[in-house]
Design a binder for this molecule. Structure first.
Ligand code: ZN
Ligand code: ZN
Length: 82
């Protein structure tokens, strides 16, 4: 069976597989669909970070790019740490 699904996105809140997107276009699981959008501030320059979609799925990228190239994986910023 060929697996040609759309990229598996992780919920920005918990890291579980996301089933939808919130109003900001952030991938969220069903439990967190009603949650206000997650805000992340860049620890390097203080600008807000935006969710971007790259080759390997969603990641957080600094709005100051390309001057600031700070990025986070979704999993880096969820409550879940394993
Ligand atoms: Zn979630
Ligand atoms: Zn930055």
């Amino acid at each position: 069976m060929s697996r040609k699904e759309t990229k598996m996105a992780s919920c920005v809140f918990c890291g579980e597989s996301a089933t939808k997107q919130n109003q900001e276009g952030q991938p969220v699981c069903r439990d967190h669909a009603e949650q206000p959008p997650k805000n992340v501030e860049c620890p390097d320059c203080g600008l807000p970070m935006k969710l971007k979609e790259g080759q390997y799925g969603f990641f957080w990228g600094c709005e100051g790019y390309p001057q600031c190239q700070k990025t986070f994986q979704i999993q880096d910023l969820t409550d879940r740490e394993d």
